[in-house]
Design a protein around this ligand. Structure first.
Ligand SMILES: Cc1cc2nc3c(=O)[nH]c(=O)nc-3n(C[C@H](O)[C@H](O)[C@H](O)COP(=O)(O)OP(=O)(O)OC[C@H]3O[C@@H](n4cnc5c(N)ncnc54)[C@H](O)[C@@H]3O)c2cc1C
Length: 493
C-alpha cells in the first residue's frame, strides 16, 4: 500500500486524507496544533461554542454541487445543516439602508429589481453571466475537469468593479452586489470578477449554517479516516520534508519523529511549505514567485456570548458599512476603523429562537499587531489585551448603531487578531483566506498543485480558492494526480 503523508488537518488536509484512504492509500494526516480542523476549529467559553473560520456554506441542498461533494465525503449523515433565510440569507446595510439578498436566480432578479426597478434587465444579464461562469468552469459543476477553463477566462482577467461598471448604471446597486466582499476579501481593481461569480452562484443556490459548529465537518472526516485505518495525529508539526536526489522520502516532525512517505500532500500556506523544504530541486525563481504572491487581509474577530434568551436569532449574515460603499475597508486608518463589519450568529440547534453566541469580523492588517510577533497565545502582555479591548469596544459601538440592543445583550466577549490566525493555522500575515487573487498577476499569481518534486503535491485554500467549495475543488484536482480513474465520475447525482 502506498503511504501518503498529508501536512495539515484543515478542510484541505482532511478531505484529501479521506479520499485517498478510501482509494486504498495508507494515509497519515499530521497537524501542528492540539486541535484538528484549521479554519474549521471551534472553541467553547462559558458553555457556548464559537466558530473561528467557516460560518456558512452554499449549494448544499439535495442535488446541488456541495451536497454531492458532501455525500462523497460521507458528511451528509454526520453534519446537520440549518438553512439561512431564503428571502435574505445576506443582508447588506449601507448607513442603515438594508438590502436583502435571496436564494434562487429568479428571486434574486425580482427582489433586487424591486429595489432598483430601472436595472432589472441588467440584473438578469448579471445573473446569467454569474451562472455561466460558475457552471462552465472547473469542477464547480462537477461535470467537467480542471482543464476546461476557457469559458471564464475573460472574467478571470477583469476586475469585479470593472464588470459591474459595465453592467449597471446605479452606483448603489453596484455596491449592494459587492456588499458580501468580506467573504473573499475582494479589492478594487484587483480581484477577478470570476472569483465573485463563484461565490455569488454558490450562495445563490442555497445557504446553510452548520448546526453545532463547523468543527463537525472536521470531526466527521477525521473519524472516517481513522475508521478506514488511516491516522490523524495532532501536535505533530512538520519541521522538514526529507528528500533524496530526486524525490521526497518522508517528513520529520518537531518532536524528532520521521514519517516515511511515497507521496506527500501539503495543505499549509506556501510560505510555511518553503520554510520546511530545503532542496535544490526547488528553483530560486519558484521560491521567489511563491513568496511574492500577495495575501488576503487578516481580521479582528469579536466573539460574543449573549445573555440567555435575549438576542433573537438572526437567520441572515449582516454586512454593516458606515458609508455607501463596501470597497476599500482594508485601507482604514487608526481613526476610522472599523469601516465595515460582518456579523453572524452561530446556530447551536435546529432553528433556534435565540442566539447563544455570535461573531463580528472586521478587517485588520498584521502591521497593527506586528509589535507582538513572537509572543504566544495567552502570553502577549497587558498592552495587547488593552489593544484588543479597545478594538472590541469600537466594534461593539459600530454594531450597536446597526443593531440596537446588541451591546446590552452581551454577557461576555472574546477576541482574536491576525496573530491568532498565524499561530493557529500558519496562514501568512494572519490572512483570512490565504493567497489573494489579482488580475494583474495572471498565472504568476497561482499556486500550483504540483512541484518539481514528483511526489510532492499541494492542496488547500491557497491552490484553487478558499472556502468550502474552493478547497474541495482543489482537493479533487490534487487527489486526481494519484488516482487513475476520474474522481468526477464518483459524483454521479
Ligand atoms: C474568519 C473566517 C471566516 C470564514 N468563513 C467562511 C465561510 O463562512 N464559508 C466558507 O466556505 N469558508 C469560510 N472561510 C474559509 C475557510 O474556512 C477556509 O478556506 C478553509 O477552511 C481552509 O482550509 P485549509 O485546509 O486550506 O487551511 P487551514 O484551515 O488553514 O488548515 C491548515 C492546517 O495546517 C496546519 N499546519 C500549518 N503548518 C503546519 C505544519 N508545519 N505541520 C503540520 N500542520 C501544519 C494548521 O495548523 C492548520 O490546521 C473563512 C475563513 C476565515 C478565516
Amino acid at each position: 500500500m502506498s503511504k501518503v503523508i498529508v501536512i495539515g488537518s484543515g478542510l484541505g488536509g482532511l478531505s484529501c486524507g479521506f479520499i485517498l484512504q478510501k482509494q486504498g492509500f495508507e494515509v497519515t494526516v499530521l497537524e501542528q496544533g492540539a486541535q484538528i480542523g484549521g479554519c474549521l476549529q471551534c472553541f467553547s467559553r462559558g458553555g457556548v461554542k464559537f466558530e473561528t473560520g467557516m460560518h456558512f456554506i452554499g449549494s448544499a441542498a439535495e442535488g446541488q454541487t456541495m451536497h454531492r461533494m458532501m455525500r462523497l465525503l460521507e458528511l451528509t449523515d454526520t453534519v446537520r445543516l440549518n438553512a439561512l433565510d431564503a428571502d435574505g440569507y445576506d443582508t447588506i446595510s449601507f448607513a442603515g439602508e438594508l438590502f436583502r439578498i435571496p436564494n434562487g436566480k429568479e428571486a434574486f432578479i425580482e427582489q433586487l429589481g424591486g429595489y432598483f426597478p430601472k436595472e432589472k434587465d441588467n440584473l438578469r444579464r448579471y445573473a446569467d453571466i454569474v451562472q455561466r461562469i460558475a457552471s462552465a468552469s472547473t469542477l464547480n459543476s462537477l461535470t467537467s475537469d480542471e482543464r476546461d477553463l476557457a469559458a471564464n477566462t475573460e472574467y478571470q482577467t477583469r476586475s469585479i468593479n470593472e464588470v459591474l461598471d459595465e453592467l449597471f448604471h446605479d452606483e448603489l446597486l453596484k455596491n449592494v452586489l459587492a456588499g458580501n466582499l468580506p467573504l473573499y476579501a475582494a479589492e478594487r481593481d484587483k480581484t477577478p470578477f470570476a472569483h465573485h461569480a463563484f461565490i455569488m452562484d454558490f450562495y445563490n443556490q442555497s445557504a446553510f449554517r452548520v448546526v453545532g459548529g463547523s468543527d463537525a465537518i472536521a470531526t466527521s472526516l477525521a473519524g472516517s479516516i481513522r475508521k478506514m485505518g488511516g491516522q490523524v495525529l495532532v501536535r505533530k508539526k512538520v519541521s522538514r520534508i526529507c528528500l533524496d536526489d530526486t524525490k521526497a522520502i518522508g517528513v520529520e516532525t518537531d518532536d524528532q519523529c520521521f514519517f516515511p512517505a511515497d507521496h506527500i500532500i501539503s495543505t499549509i500556506h506556501p510560505a510555511r511549505l518553503l520554510e520546511i523544504l530545503d532542496t535544490k530541486l526547488i528553483r530560486p525563481a519558484f521560491r521567489r514567485r511563491l513568496a511574492s504572491i500577495p495575501n488576503t487581509i487578516g481580521c479582528f474577530s469579536l466573539y460574543v456570548k449573549f445573555k440567555e434568551n435575549t438576542m433573537p436569532y438572526l437567520n441572515t449574515n449582516y454586512y454593516g458599512y458606515r458609508g455607501t460603499t463596501p470597497w476599500d475597508c482594508e485601507h482604514y486608518t487608526e481613526g476610522d476603523w472599523p469601516r465595515g463589519f460582518l456579523y453572524m450568529h452561530h446556530c447551536h440547534e435546529d432553528a433556534p429562537r435565540f442566539a447563544r453566541g455570535g461573531v463580528v469580523l472586521s478587517y485588520m492588517n498584521m502591521s497593527d499587531v506586528a509589535r507582538w510577533t513572537g509572543t504566544t497565545v495567552g502570553h502577549r502582555g497587558a498592552d495587547y489585551e488593552a489593544f484588543k479591548r479597545r478594538h472590541a469596544e469600537r466594534l461593539i459601538q459600530e454594531v450597536e448603531k446597526h443593531q440596537p440592543g446588541f451591546a446590552a445583550a452581551i454577557e461576555s466577549y472574546y477576541t482574536s487578531t491576525p496573530l491568532t490566525y498565524l499561530d493557529y493555522t500558519g496562514t501568512e500575515g494572519g490572512s483570512m483566506y490565504g493567497v489573494a487573487k489579482d488580475i494583474a498577476l495572471g498565472p504568476a499569481g497561482r499556486v500550483p498543485y504540483r512541484t518539481r518534486i514528483p511526489n510532492l503535491f499541494l492542496a488547500g485554500q491557497n491552490v484553487n480558492s478558499h472556502g468550502m467549495m474552493g478547497v474541495l475543488v482543489g482537493t479533487i484536482v490534487t487527489c486526481q494526480e494519484l488516482i487513475p480513474t476520474p474522481l468526477c465520475s464518483t459524483f454521479s447525482s
